[in-house]
Write a protein that binds this ligand. Structure first.
Ligand code: BTN
Length: 247
């Protein structure tokens, strides 16, 4: 880790700034709620399902610690809500075609702009880690990402600076958290269900089988609704889905 050089207060948030870290989620895991960690680069950025996340200079790498007190099921859909909070920032910047890909990837057309890794290290606290490609070139570091990723600077000009983006994201996550706390997830269900481009044909890889069908959105439990080719609808709990592919 290369020195924590600044701590800022933004609304509820206390933001720790680093030049280079392994993973901002790992620094955030020992911080109290409403603390956030931002680094200019990560040497071991983590993606979902143990994937590496290329985190070169020029991207936004941010982890936020939020409280999740009370019943576990109340916060079950926080990863989906966090995805929507980030998508809303991207749309406010003018990228209208941005959408969610389940569970919380931010896509522009078929390229990935941002990803979210939600990890729980302690009871009552969750770390929401967000990576957004802004000016950076992950495809230069990992050539297999060519044609698969996109960056804010490919879509808008001027691009807000990383500090401004950070403020927008912190505010949105705080708002979404407040909404979930007071009204529960169902208050956000409709807006989230407009954020996928559905219906869309998908394949879900489950423990022992693959299910193909039309993705219709999520229900108020955060489960995925799939219509199979015979026209029957099924709900799948997110923890059963090993891989979600658009086909
Ligand atoms: C994914 O789409 O697979 C999730 C990517 C999450 C990347 C962010 S960058 C900030 C935070 N720190 C990490 O190590 N990962 C998340």
């Amino acid at each position: 880790m290369k020195g924590c050089f600044r701590i800022n207060t933004i609304g509820e948030w206390c933001v720790h700034r680093y030049d280079r870290v392994g993973s901002t989620n790992d620094i955030a895991r020992s911080l109290p709620p409403w603390h956030a960690v931002r680094a200019d680069s990560q040497t071991s950025g983590r993606g979902r399902q143990g994937r590496l996340w290329v985190s070169d200079y020029g991207g936004l790498w941010l982890s936020m610690v939020v409280p999740v007190e009370g019943a576990r099921h109340h916060w079950k859909a926080l990863p989906l809500a966090a995805g929507w909070a980030i998508l809303d920032v991207i749309k406010c910047l003018g990228i209208r075609e941005a959408r969610l890909r389940w569970p919380n990837d931010i896509m522009v057309n078929d390229r990935k702009l941002a990803g979210i890794l939600v990890e729980q290290f302690h009871d009552n606290l969750v770390v929401v880690g967000v990576g957004i490609n802004v000016f950076n070139r992950p495809d230069m570091i990992n050539h297999s990402l060519t044609q698969k990723i996109t960056r804010l600077s490919d879509h808008i000009n001027p691009v807000p600076c990383l500090d401004e983006l950070t403020v927008m994201i912190l505010k949105n996550l705080e708002n979404v958290h407040r909404q979930m706390k007071t009204d529960g997830f169902s208050a956000l269900l409709n807006v989230i269900n407009t954020a996928w481009s559905i219906p869309r044909r998908v394949a879900l890889e489950l423990d022992r089988e693959t299910q193909e069908g039309l993705f219709l959105g999520i229900d108020n439990q955060g489960d995925l609704l799939i219509e199979n080719d015979a026209g029957y609808q099924y709900a799948y709990s997110p923890h059963r889905v090993k891989l979600f592919r658009e086909v």
